[in-house]
Ligand binder design. Sequence first.
Ligand code: GTP
Ligand code: MG
Length: 193
Amino acid sequence: MNFAKAEFIKSAANRAGLSDGSERELIFAGRSNVGKSSLINMLLGRNDFARTGKTPGKTVCVNYFSVDGISFVDLPGYGYAKTGFDERNHWAQLIEAFFRIKTHPRLGILIADIRREPTDLDRTMAGYFEGMGVPYIVAANKCDKLNKTELKQQTELYLKEYEGRAEKIIICSAYNGTGKDELRAEIEAFAQK
Ligand SMILES: Nc1nc2c(ncn2[C@@H]2O[C@H](COP(=O)(O)OP(=O)(O)OP(=O)(O)O)[C@@H](O)[C@H]2O)c(=O)[nH]1
Ligand SMILES: [Mg+2]
Protein backbone atom coordinates (compact mmCIF):
# COMPACT_ATOMS: atom_id res chain seq x y z
CA MET A 1 0.00 0.00 0.00
CA ASN A 2 1.30 3.41 -0.92
CA PHE A 3 0.66 5.76 2.02
CA ALA A 4 2.01 8.70 0.06
CA LYS A 5 -0.83 8.40 -2.43
CA ALA A 6 -3.21 10.47 -0.34
CA GLU A 7 -5.71 13.17 -1.12
CA PHE A 8 -8.28 15.13 0.84
CA ILE A 9 -11.78 14.25 -0.35
CA LYS A 10 -14.26 16.25 1.69
CA SER A 11 -15.48 17.48 5.01
CA ALA A 12 -19.03 16.53 6.00
CA ALA A 13 -20.81 18.74 8.51
CA ASN A 14 -24.09 16.85 8.40
CA ARG A 15 -25.69 13.58 7.43
CA ALA A 16 -26.25 14.57 3.80
CA GLY A 17 -22.51 15.11 3.34
CA LEU A 18 -21.48 11.65 4.49
CA SER A 19 -19.98 9.22 1.96
CA ASP A 20 -22.10 6.36 0.70
CA GLY A 21 -19.58 3.76 1.80
CA SER A 22 -18.43 2.55 -1.59
CA GLU A 23 -14.82 2.35 -0.37
CA ARG A 24 -13.53 0.44 2.60
CA GLU A 25 -13.09 2.76 5.54
CA LEU A 26 -10.47 3.19 8.21
CA ILE A 27 -12.12 5.17 10.97
CA PHE A 28 -10.11 7.39 13.34
CA ALA A 29 -12.06 8.17 16.50
CA GLY A 30 -11.22 9.52 19.91
CA ARG A 31 -11.50 12.39 22.34
CA SER A 32 -10.71 15.85 21.19
CA ASN A 33 -6.98 16.57 21.27
CA VAL A 34 -5.73 12.98 21.60
CA GLY A 35 -3.91 13.24 18.29
CA LYS A 36 -6.25 11.73 15.68
CA SER A 37 -5.18 14.13 12.94
CA SER A 38 -1.52 13.91 14.03
CA LEU A 39 -1.60 10.12 13.73
CA ILE A 40 -3.08 10.36 10.25
CA ASN A 41 -0.25 12.72 9.31
CA MET A 42 2.30 10.31 10.81
CA LEU A 43 0.89 7.36 8.88
CA LEU A 44 0.93 9.30 5.63
CA GLY A 45 4.36 10.75 6.26
CA ARG A 46 3.02 14.28 5.93
CA ASN A 47 3.40 17.29 8.16
CA ASP A 48 0.08 19.03 8.13
CA PHE A 49 -2.18 17.10 5.83
CA ALA A 50 -4.99 16.38 8.27
CA ARG A 51 -5.42 19.55 10.28
CA THR A 52 -4.07 19.47 13.81
CA GLY A 53 -4.24 21.47 17.00
CA LYS A 54 -5.35 25.06 17.44
CA THR A 55 -9.11 24.96 17.92
CA PRO A 56 -10.04 21.73 19.68
CA GLY A 57 -13.69 20.80 19.58
CA LYS A 58 -14.59 23.56 17.19
CA THR A 59 -15.16 21.64 14.00
CA VAL A 60 -17.77 18.95 14.26
CA CYS A 61 -17.06 17.48 10.84
CA VAL A 62 -16.31 14.10 9.38
CA ASN A 63 -13.21 14.49 7.23
CA TYR A 64 -12.54 12.06 4.41
CA PHE A 65 -9.19 11.29 2.83
CA SER A 66 -8.50 8.77 0.12
CA VAL A 67 -5.31 6.79 0.59
CA ASP A 68 -4.43 4.37 -2.19
CA GLY A 69 -8.02 3.19 -2.55
CA ILE A 70 -8.91 3.24 1.14
CA SER A 71 -10.99 5.94 2.76
CA PHE A 72 -9.39 7.37 5.92
CA VAL A 73 -12.13 8.94 8.01
CA ASP A 74 -11.19 11.50 10.67
CA LEU A 75 -14.21 11.60 12.98
CA PRO A 76 -14.87 14.70 15.06
CA GLY A 77 -13.40 14.47 18.55
CA TYR A 78 -15.58 14.14 21.62
CA GLY A 79 -15.33 15.16 25.24
CA TYR A 80 -14.18 18.73 24.74
CA ALA A 81 -15.07 20.45 28.02
CA LYS A 82 -16.49 23.63 26.53
CA THR A 83 -18.78 21.89 24.08
CA GLY A 84 -22.41 22.85 24.62
CA PHE A 85 -25.50 20.68 24.53
CA ASP A 86 -26.41 21.49 20.93
CA GLU A 87 -22.95 20.58 19.69
CA ARG A 88 -22.91 17.33 21.62
CA ASN A 89 -26.29 16.50 20.21
CA HIS A 90 -25.11 17.31 16.71
CA TRP A 91 -22.03 15.12 17.27
CA ALA A 92 -24.14 12.15 18.40
CA GLN A 93 -26.52 12.48 15.44
CA LEU A 94 -23.68 12.69 12.96
CA ILE A 95 -21.87 9.68 14.46
CA GLU A 96 -25.03 7.60 14.55
CA ALA A 97 -25.82 8.45 10.94
CA PHE A 98 -22.24 7.59 10.04
CA PHE A 99 -22.43 4.17 11.64
CA ARG A 100 -25.77 3.40 10.04
CA ILE A 101 -24.28 3.58 6.54
CA LYS A 102 -23.78 0.14 5.07
CA THR A 103 -20.32 0.00 3.69
CA HIS A 104 -17.48 -2.16 2.58
CA PRO A 105 -15.33 -3.49 5.42
CA ARG A 106 -14.54 -1.01 8.14
CA LEU A 107 -11.74 -0.95 10.68
CA GLY A 108 -11.72 1.44 13.61
CA ILE A 109 -8.72 3.09 15.19
CA LEU A 110 -9.77 4.24 18.63
CA ILE A 111 -7.20 6.77 19.74
CA ALA A 112 -6.50 7.72 23.32
CA ASP A 113 -3.98 9.82 25.21
CA ILE A 114 -2.06 7.13 27.07
CA ARG A 115 -1.50 9.49 30.02
CA ARG A 116 -5.24 9.51 30.72
CA GLU A 117 -7.49 6.73 31.91
CA PRO A 118 -10.11 5.50 29.43
CA THR A 119 -13.26 7.58 29.91
CA ASP A 120 -16.96 6.77 29.65
CA LEU A 121 -16.99 8.53 26.30
CA ASP A 122 -14.24 6.19 25.09
CA ARG A 123 -16.39 3.29 26.24
CA THR A 124 -19.34 4.76 24.33
CA MET A 125 -17.19 5.03 21.20
CA ALA A 126 -15.94 1.45 21.63
CA GLY A 127 -19.61 0.52 22.03
CA TYR A 128 -20.45 2.09 18.64
CA PHE A 129 -17.77 -0.06 17.01
CA GLU A 130 -18.82 -3.20 18.84
CA GLY A 131 -22.53 -2.56 18.26
CA MET A 132 -21.99 -2.22 14.51
CA GLY A 133 -19.63 -5.18 14.33
CA VAL A 134 -16.70 -2.99 13.33
CA PRO A 135 -13.39 -4.40 14.60
CA TYR A 136 -11.10 -1.79 16.10
CA ILE A 137 -7.56 -1.22 17.20
CA VAL A 138 -6.75 0.95 20.19
CA ALA A 139 -3.92 3.39 19.54
CA ALA A 140 -2.64 4.68 22.87
CA ASN A 141 -0.92 7.85 21.70
CA LYS A 142 1.53 10.40 23.19
CA CYS A 143 3.73 7.70 24.75
CA ASP A 144 6.64 10.13 24.31
CA LYS A 145 5.21 12.02 27.30
CA LEU A 146 5.78 9.14 29.74
CA ASN A 147 8.83 7.65 31.43
CA LYS A 148 9.37 3.90 31.56
CA THR A 149 7.57 3.29 34.84
CA GLU A 150 4.56 5.39 33.84
CA LEU A 151 4.44 3.74 30.44
CA LYS A 152 4.30 0.28 32.00
CA GLN A 153 1.57 1.36 34.39
CA GLN A 154 -0.58 3.02 31.72
CA THR A 155 -0.08 0.16 29.27
CA GLU A 156 -1.47 -2.22 31.87
CA LEU A 157 -4.47 0.04 32.31
CA TYR A 158 -5.20 -0.02 28.59
CA LEU A 159 -4.71 -3.77 28.34
CA LYS A 160 -7.10 -4.27 31.21
CA GLU A 161 -9.73 -2.10 29.54
CA TYR A 162 -9.50 -3.34 25.97
CA GLU A 163 -7.89 -6.78 25.89
CA GLY A 164 -10.32 -9.28 24.40
CA ARG A 165 -12.45 -6.47 22.95
CA ALA A 166 -10.10 -4.60 20.65
CA GLU A 167 -8.22 -6.46 17.92
CA LYS A 168 -5.01 -4.98 19.17
CA ILE A 169 -3.61 -2.32 21.47
CA ILE A 170 -0.77 -0.34 19.97
CA ILE A 171 1.35 2.09 21.94
CA CYS A 172 2.27 5.01 19.74
CA SER A 173 3.51 8.55 19.39
CA ALA A 174 2.75 10.83 16.50
CA TYR A 175 5.77 12.85 17.68
CA ASN A 176 8.51 10.25 17.53
CA GLY A 177 6.93 7.60 15.29
CA THR A 178 6.52 4.86 17.88
CA GLY A 179 3.95 2.34 16.65
CA LYS A 180 3.99 3.62 13.07
CA ASP A 181 5.18 0.36 11.49
CA GLU A 182 2.80 -1.72 13.57
CA LEU A 183 -0.17 0.48 12.66
CA ARG A 184 0.78 0.51 9.01
CA ALA A 185 1.03 -3.30 9.00
CA GLU A 186 -2.49 -3.57 10.43
CA ILE A 187 -3.82 -1.15 7.82
CA GLU A 188 -2.10 -3.05 5.02
CA ALA A 189 -3.63 -6.29 6.24
CA PHE A 190 -7.04 -4.57 6.28
CA ALA A 191 -6.49 -3.24 2.76
CA GLN A 192 -6.05 -6.79 1.48
CA LYS A 193 -9.17 -8.20 3.09
N1 GTP B 1 3.65 14.93 22.80
C1 GTP B 1 2.79 14.58 21.84
N2 GTP B 1 1.88 15.46 21.38
C2 GTP B 1 1.04 15.06 20.41
C3 GTP B 1 1.06 13.76 19.87
N3 GTP B 1 0.07 13.66 18.95
C4 GTP B 1 -0.54 14.86 18.91
N4 GTP B 1 0.03 15.72 19.77
C5 GTP B 1 -0.36 17.14 20.01
O1 GTP B 1 -1.66 17.14 20.57
C6 GTP B 1 -2.45 18.23 20.06
C7 GTP B 1 -3.73 17.70 19.40
O2 GTP B 1 -3.40 16.96 18.24
P1 GTP B 1 -4.45 16.74 17.07
O3 GTP B 1 -3.82 15.79 16.11
O4 GTP B 1 -4.93 18.03 16.55
O5 GTP B 1 -5.62 16.03 17.88
P2 GTP B 1 -7.06 15.60 17.37
O6 GTP B 1 -7.41 14.37 18.12
O7 GTP B 1 -7.09 15.51 15.90
O8 GTP B 1 -7.95 16.81 17.90
P3 GTP B 1 -9.44 17.24 17.40
O9 GTP B 1 -9.45 17.24 15.90
O10 GTP B 1 -9.64 18.60 17.98
O11 GTP B 1 -10.40 16.25 17.97
C8 GTP B 1 -1.54 18.98 19.10
O12 GTP B 1 -0.96 20.05 19.78
C9 GTP B 1 -0.50 17.95 18.72
O13 GTP B 1 0.72 18.52 18.34
C10 GTP B 1 2.05 12.83 20.38
O14 GTP B 1 2.16 11.66 20.01
N5 GTP B 1 2.87 13.31 21.36
MG1 MG C 1 -8.29 16.52 14.50
